[in-house]
Design a protein around this ligand. Structure first.
Ligand code: ZN
Ligand code: ZN
Ligand code: FE
Length: 748
């Protein structure tokens, strides 16, 4: 891998063992030739593995004997540009402790320098223009190293030897503070203090960081947060926070050992943490009605210095209007964020590609990736075994994923590489970014005429984009892709029951699927069970207007009585509108038919009065999860109808929920029984088909209560429950699954 200090490490090791030869970076990895006696060379090989630098990972090591060339020293050779670019591009790495200590040391020449980095830390993906990873191929190329930096860069014994983004106060990027019109206010060393002051005063500051802009505001200031919500056009979706120290985070949230590890890791993601009783010190508007708070530690020197100066948690949300991609260029930022931010803290190191903050949570003491971007992408999500590798021909394979939470994956040699999270593709800005990233990845990995895979949904932007690039893109069914991404991640061979539950996915029969069960083995994928379908009046609008889901569910259970039942449980809803919606269902006008558990979550959440209309996808379902009374262990009735596949008939559950509501049973108890029923469905289907291996994928499994329950029951029943860790369980994992489909099943 390039950019982790592997070559200098090899240099120092070889010299220590008095070996002669060289190490060089080629496009396909590091090449080392050493000469010495057998003991020394054997020791070299074993130390190569045992003493490697922190961020280096040796994925494979091939050895061969060569004729003696009589080297007289060991050296680091210049990069070799020939060959196939299979070297892995590194993600950005959070500020390391050595650099932090230098920055805090008043006697160090990088005291408080906001762009400090070394061979073990600093920007990578966000500054790389092309491979190999050398300074002239990064956005640092226009900063000429001063003499001192050059000495460090060229000295194999220095910890900044060949640190490509190396710089200092004399030669590196600089900061400046501007107003919302772009007028320069300050570019001296006081910029950070001044920015901290502005945040204290309640202003919103756009801060140019590593992979784009953050909008920052005082997390304790209700007015500032309300202003940010208004200007950003974001009603209730939680904002992430940044805090200077882990101790400050522990003051407001519970932090487990695993969560602390994630917070302080070199990936430095946003971690979803449970608020504790002191969390009121942060404005309730940061994550309204949500028992969790997404928090990260500062991961660049700039963020560190700023957080230290502010001294309290700040909101640090992506610099964009809601749903648009993150903004990363100063001029563009002034245009797009001018109406949101009062001030801009910028620097002059160009960001080559925008990368969002990653989001993770811990379930059952293990990581669950929610958004995979900075720190993780574009490391491979998987390495293929020989059986699959051999099936890949010369062409590269690119998979374009879904529509929401989109990513691109590329199959390159024996690796599946997934791009950073690209977000919702429903805006022009997002579409432009998608096209850019497509070109970016095809160029980086030299995939000129790739095989293109896409979702089966004809209306997804990614599908239309695929069709514009090639005559015959290969469509992959959404839920099959979900299952295969999880099968890939867990390296499952042999048969398993795949359970894909989410909000929406285009089905093989042209209807909208969501609650799907497949039997998967090495050669075949069989669709064996599905939730009973119901009608959604107006189709997609139902994602935002969840009354439609509730009415669709009630109609299946109560038919003509739906109106009465609904008005009894949701008495303040406008009745004329409701009548129209019910008529649409009754006459099947402008409805689509769906098996989506995501919409069932929405509908039940509305029936329990936990959510009104939904303001962002998943909000109502989250409210239902948060309402759960964990002491309630009961569940509702479910029936199986046997057609060409098993149809999971949830109508008895809906009828019992309505009865419970009318008996004034607390929403928390009903929410628990609902979740418990869903978990039971999985085990009933597993029993019915006699399967012990379960693969879970799809957005519904981001639900912690549901997951905990499934994992616990799985253990009790001695079943193997496989779920996602590094690949998102939501649609961020779909592109990797599409590639698996092509490699294993498509051509058979
Ligand atoms: Zn460092
Ligand atoms: Zn310098
Ligand atoms: Fe999905």
């Amino acid at each position: 891998m390039q950019g982790v200090g592997f070559r200098p490490f090899v240099y120092r090791l070889a010299n220590r063992l008095s070996l002669k030869g060289y190490v060089s970076n080629s496009l396909s990895g590091a090449l080392i030739e050493v000469e010495g006696n057998e003991n020394e060379t054997n020791e070299f090989i074993s130390k190569l593995k045992s003493e490697k630098p922190v961020n280096a990972e040796i994925i494979s090591c091939e050895l061969s004997n060569q004729k003696l060339k009589g080297f007289n020293k060991f050296e680091i050779k210049e990069s070799d540009n020939a060959g196939n670019p299979s070297a892995i591009i590194l993600p950005d790495i959070a500020l390391c402790d050595d650099c932090l200590n230098e920055m805090l040391n008043i006697n160090n020449r990088r005291y408080q320098y906001p762009f400090t980095n070394c061979t073990n830390c600093g920007p990578r993906l966000t500054i790389i223009e092309k491979l190999p990873y050398d300074r002239q191929n990064t956005s640092m190329k226009n900063f000429v190293m001063c003499e001192k930096c050059r000495d460090e860069y060229e000295n194999p014994d220095d910890r900044r030897f060949h640190a490509q983004p190396i710089s200092c106060w004399h030669c590196g990027p600089t900061l400046s503070l501007c107003d919302s019109a772009g007028k320069l206010i300050l570019n001296s060393s006081e910029v950070i203090e001044q920015t901290a002051d502005l945040i204290h005063q309640g202003f919103i500051v756009a801060v140019k960081g590593l992979g784009g802009f953050h909008l920052m505001a005082d997390a304790k200031n209700d007015d500032a947060i309300a202003k940010l919500r208004r200007r950003k056009n974001r009603e209730e979706k939680p904002f992430a926070c940044m805090s200077s120290r882990i101790e400050l985070i522990k003051e407001i949230c519970f932090v487990s050992r695993e969560e602390e590890q994630l917070l302080t890791s070199s990936e430095s993601p946003i971690v979803l943490l449970k608020k504790n009783k002191n969390s009121f010190s942060v404005s309730n508007l940061v994550a309204p009605g949500n028992p969790y708070l997404g928090i990260m530690l500062p991961y660049t020197p700039l963020h560190y210095l700023l957080m230290k100066a502010v001294g309290m948690p700040v909101v640090a949300t992506s610099g964009n209007l809601s749903d648009e991609p993150i903004c990363y260029d100063e001029n563009e930022a002034l245009k797009r964020l001018g109406g949101i931010a009062d001030y801009f803290l910028v620097h002059n190191r160009p960001i080559v590609r925008p990368v969002d903050d990653s989001i993770v949570r811990v379930i059952d003491n293990k990581t669950m990736m929610i958004r995979r971007a900075r720190g993780y992408a574009p490391l491979p999500v998987s390495y293929l075994n020989d059986g699959i590798k051999n099936a890949v021909n010369e062409n590269k394979i690119i998979a374009l994923g879904g529509q929401l939470k989109s990513t691109i994956s590329i199959c390159h040699d024996d690796k599946i590489i997934t791009s950073q999270h690209l977000g919702d593709l429903s805006t022009v800005e997002a579409n432009q970014n998608f096209e850019k990233v497509y070109c970016d990845y095809t160029k980086l990995y030299k995939a000129e005429d790739p095989i293109i895979l896409c979702d089966l949904h004809p209306d997804y932007y990614s599908t239309q984009f695929a069709k514009s690039k090639t005559k015959n893109p290969v469509p992959v069914q959404h839920h099959i892709a979900h299952i295969l991404s999880c099968r890939l991640e867990n390296k499952i061979a042999g048969e398993a029951l795949g359970i894909a539950w989410d909000g929406t996915g285009y089905g093989l029969d042209g209807s909208i699927w969501g609650g799907e069960f497949f039997l998967v083995d090495e050669s075949e994928i069989k669709h064996i069970a599905q939730f009973k379908k119901f009608k959604l009046p107006g189709g997609e609008i139902a994602i935002k207007d969840i009354r439609r889901s509730a009415l669709g569910l009630l109609y299946e259970g109560f038919g003509k009585e739906t109106k009465n039942v609904f008005s009894k449980i949701c008495y303040d809803e406008k009745s004329s509108e409701i009548t129209t919606l019910i008529n649409m269902i009754d006459k099947n006008i402008n409805c689509y038919s769906t098996s989506s558990p995501g919409r069932i979550f929405d509908g039940v959440s509305l029936m329990l009065g936990l959510a009104g209309k939904s303001s962002f996808e998943g909000q109502a379902a989250m409210a239902l999860e948060f309402a759960v009374d964990e002491n309630e262990s009961g569940s509702y009735s479910i029936e199986f109808l046997l057609e060409d596949k098993i149809i999971i008939d949830w109508r008895p559950m809906i009828i019992e929920i309505v009865e419970d509501i009318n008996k004034n049973i607390a929403a928390s108890g009903i929410a628990a029984k609902f979740h418990n029923t869903l978990a039971e469905i999985i085990f009933k289907v597993a029993e019915q088909v006699g399967e012990k291996n379960l693969i879970l994928s799809g957005g519904c499994f981001q639900n912690k209560y549901l997951m905990d329950r499934i994992i616990r029951t799985g253990k009790e029943k001695k079943l193997n429950v496989y779920r996602h860790h590094e690949i998102p369980t939501n649609d961020g994992g779909v592109s990797a699954g599409q590639i698996m489909y092509y490699l294993k099943y498509h051509r058979k």
